[in-house]
Design a binder for this molecule. Structure first.
Ligand code: TEU
Length: 597
């Protein structure tokens, strides 16, 4: 693999509306992000993706953009944005913009002009398609429910929207549209953004024969995702996009890619791929049902573990995926991937190690670093998210009771991760001096950043150690470029993997390595270790570590596992005591350990 500037870095997603409000309007803002750059630097973050801050009617919380070249006044001004970039640069940090290229808002001037003149040039910026016998062109269902087709007033045509009807899809077959988008991207890149997260990008290629696909629900419709799964040729658009924009600036790009075809991984993230990386949603996909949230099967630990292993193995020798456990579209990771007995801070640390130490780019979502949990609501009206409302309706129509449909939404709602960031234990968690746009999770009095910064044993400090470990002299190379190998695959409640590196392994100098000397020494002493282990720890000798073993016990009982070789060092554990002898190790429930072999 060719080495790239972003390899070995750590990334963090900010959902601006819920991050930090500095002007008491109840909505987070750009100045709030700038204020917290030092905080993020301290945590070990280099790359910051900010969800959309463009002007928007907020039907889909900013993913409905009405002006691609401005900042919504609720978030601040363009000066605030320029200042954010400058301040990030000063700290050696990178700002990544969210690019929504599949659709815009119905309030965007392009769409307004199209509606005003449905025969004019702007109509061709969108998909304005003649209906069939007074009905929509085909039976596709949008991601947010209902037909993808909405009548164009005063005509017999319909316009296509993959998401909400207020988010008309842009016609990528029209070169003028592509050029408008490329110019806009280059404009942001020239402003100094380091890269882009590219929203729902796989959806830009449509099968324009507009044929019905087999119905998959009682409504007689068929998810538009089925057409996207089948249609060929998105790669041609993606290559042109890259050539005309990202490649000109060496931009870092992370694609939000679902529905990629099995054999296309190299096309997407290989050395010359469409993107630098794509999010690994393979585990998230396990949590979705065939018809929505209501028919999702409970997540099985075995499926989850095999899915992660499988996805990691497929990327080897190809490229890096961006590893995440949560984002603004998913419930909280600790509430989703941990079994009920592990939904505590020790479990949160275990899950953290299982994500951050994977091969690929670690991506944290705001609040993950303090182990934030889902935020249950007691009635459907308390939810804001458009997708949650649709899923509730779908669940009710499928026969679920009000209480059961609500429970489904509490488990899966995108609002779970959209509650305000919990900075401290004061009113509204220190997020705003006004009225927060979304309720604050009531656990903020005990779960907040300030409390965790003051507690060296907190989830926050564990994340900081993990991120520092990825950058520490002796371990950076194996954690960045090392191979991935599943371990103890047959042990029922254990998730474990090795990261290994061959002869070309080299310690990374001049980075934060000192912490790991201390951690190794302390932990090994307190754990009755062999003396030799301590002395041989790579962090102390500056040798490059060639092999790390990460083991996590998701079960409710102790697990004793044989070791093939005497470990050189216990690099990290989320528990004070570790029972380790020359050739075997015992992990307590919720324990994760990192051994150097
Ligand atoms: O998400 C695309 C996407 O596929 C999701 O909408 C997913 O289907 C949904 O979250 C499941 O509930 C992106 C953005 O991340 C999301 O916030 C937007 O709503 C969507 O695009 C439309 O722009």
């Amino acid at each position: 693999m060719q080495k790239k500037w972003w390899h070995g870095k750590a990334a963090y997603q900010i959902y601006p509306k819920s991050f930090l409000d500095t002007d008491a309007d109840g909505i987070g803002d750009l100045q709030g992000i700038t204020q917290k750059l030092d905080y993020l630097k301290e945590l070990g973050i280099d790359i910051i993706w900010i969800s959309p801050v463009y002007p928007s009617p907020f039907v889909d919380q900013g993913y409905d953009i009405s002006d691609y070249r401005a900042i919504d006044p609720r978030f601040g001004t363009m000066d605030d944005f320029d200042n954010l970039i400058a301040q990030a640069k000063k700290r050696g940090m990178y700002i990544v913009m969210d690019l929504v290229l599949n659709h815009c808002s119905d309030k965007h001037e392009w769409f307004q002009k199209a509606l005003a003149d449905p025969e004019g040039p702007y109509a061709d910026y969108f998909y304005f398609v003649e209906g069939k016998n007074g009905k929509p062109p085909c039976n596709w269902r949008s991601y947010f429910g209902g037909s993808v087709w909405e009548p164009v007033p005063g005509t017999s045509k319909y316009y296509l929207h993959s998401f909400a009807k207020e988010q008309p899809d842009l016609n990528w077959n029209n070169p003028a549209v592509r050029q408008e988008l490329y110019d806009m991207i280059n404009w942001w890149a020239r402003k100094g953004v380091a890269g882009f997260r590219i929203d729902a990008i796989i959806n830009i290629k449509k099968d324009t024969s507009w044929q019905d696909t087999p119905a998959d629900g009682d409504d007689g419709m068929s998810s538009i995702g089925r057409m996207i799964d089948a249609v060929e040729g998105v790669g041609d658009f993606l290559e042109e996009l890259k050539r005309c924009t990202f490649a000109l600036h060496d931009s870092f790009t992370v694609g939000e890619v679902f529905n990629m075809k099995e054999n296309e991984l190299r096309d997407f993230i290989g050395d010359d791929g469409h993107f630098s990386t794509i999010f690994d949603f393979s585990a998230h996909c396990l949590t979705h049902g065939e018809h929505g949230w209501y028919d999702a099967r409970p997540l099985s630990f075995r499926d989850w573990k095999n899915t992660v292993h499988d996805s990691q193995l497929k990327c080897m020798g190809v490229g890096f995926k961006a590893n995440l456990i949560e984002n603004h579209d998913e419930p909280r990771g600790v509430s989703t991937y941990l079994p009920p007995h592990a939904r505590n801070d020790t479990g949160a640390k275990m899950l953290a190690a299982c994500s951050v130490l994977l091969r690929g780019l670690p991506f944290l979502y705001q609040g993950q670093e303090i182990g934030m949990h889902n935020c249950p609501r007691s009635c459907i009206d308390e939810f804001d998210d458009i997708s949650t409302k649709d899923q509730y309706k779908t669940a009710r129509e499928a026969g679920l009771s009000e209480a059961d449909a609500l429970a489904v939404c509490n488990t899966f709602s995108r609002d779970n991760a959209r509650t305000p960031m919990q900075w401290d234990s004061t009113e509204n968690a220190g997020f705003t001096a006004g009225t927060p746009w979304q309720r604050v999770n009531p656990d903020y009095r005990t779960r907040n950043v300030r409390a965790q910064l003051n507690d060296p044993d907190s989830v926050w400090h564990f994340y900081r150690k993990l991120l520092a470990l990825r950058k520490s002299g002796a371990y950076a190379d194996v954690l960045t470029y090392g191979d991935y190998e599943p371990a103890y695959g047959e042990t029922e409640n254990v998730f474990a993997f090795r990261r290994t590196r061959g002869a070309d392994c080299a310690p990374v100098r001049g980075q934060e390595r000192s912490e790991y000397s201390a951690v190794s020494a302390n932990r090994i002493n307190s754990a009755n270790q062999t003396a030799s282990a301590n002395q041989e720890a790579s962090a102390e000798t500056e040798n490059c570590c060639r092999e790390l073993l990460v083991i996590a016990n998701f079960g409710t009982e102790n697990e004793t596992l044989p070791l093939e070789a005497e470990p050189k060092a216990l690099v990290l554990s989320n528990m004070e005591e570790t029972q380790i002898s020359r050739m075997k190790i015992t992990l307590r429930p919720c324990q994760v350990i990192v051994l150097e072999l």
